[in-house]
Design a protein around this ligand. Sequence first.
Ligand SMILES: [Mn+2]
Length: 330
Amino acid sequence: MNKICMGIWGMTNLRDRFNVNGFKEDVSVIERIKIIGETDGVDGFELHVPTEIDESNANEIEKVMRDYHLEMVQLCGHTWTEKQYKFGALGDTDSTVRNAAIDRVKWALDMGARFNVPISVLWPATDGNDFMLQTDYVALYDRYVDSVRQILDYLHQNKYTTKVCIEPKPFEPRSWIMMGNTASALSIVQEVNDPNFGINIDVGHALIARENVEDMFSLVLRAGKLYHTHWDDNDMQADMDIPPGCANFERMVSILYVLDQMNYDGWFGLDLFPYRDDSVDFMKLSVENLRLGQEVVKMMNERGARELRKTGTDGPAMSRLLRDCMMQVR
Ligand SMILES: [Mn+2]
């Protein structure tokens, strides 16, 4: 059964642009990791270097991990939270900024190796544009791919086993972010063609990109490039990061179906932003929905879903099967 982990960035006081003070109270990094350790069904966590972990608290984090039997699943270099990254990071036109971003990712890989972290995400948050023709995307892709190759060279020189994953998102914080959808990220992954370089599909990002999520998960799995998953949901208007299954339960089941079909054995990462609600309750609801969805998949296969999909000629029968299994599961 796929293990579930939680991104610690969503477990403190969260700011939005209309309330820069947030509605909650700050929670320390160590406390957040302990809370995850006390939450049933969540066995690991994800975080960023250096905002949530650096050399000053790594020992303490290591101790909490031991005490609570937690795994560090994903460690990402923060390359969008400082002024220098306002117009880009791994693809920035200024080589000083670009090198700083590359060094930041290398730092995440070094720190990750100490904890045997399997995944490090690259999110090209600020590599994009706000105005028409502002950004020369041809040159941006050249610089980005060059930076990725430098990172992967470093990874192989150090014999790290971490899988580096692009996490595509269409917009926010920029009006447009490069590689804004799953297939464009896959095209760059295929171009780089390195066994340690793949994709992390964030379901909420795929939804705001109006993707056919079933198709995109199938495409990346078929290519053998799905190394990680981020789960959250939204109403396809903005990346609200509510628990998976809360807006699109059927779609969540369809993704879980494809993951089961292709024997995905990686982690389910929760990328949640409870601006107003309790983060533990968000985690619990996510675990409930994901496990319930997996039970629906199991029941569907026991009742002939595989046979129905072979021909693909009876949509209404498949729809009834999905509906009935959702109603009867538990
Ligand atoms: Mn994510």
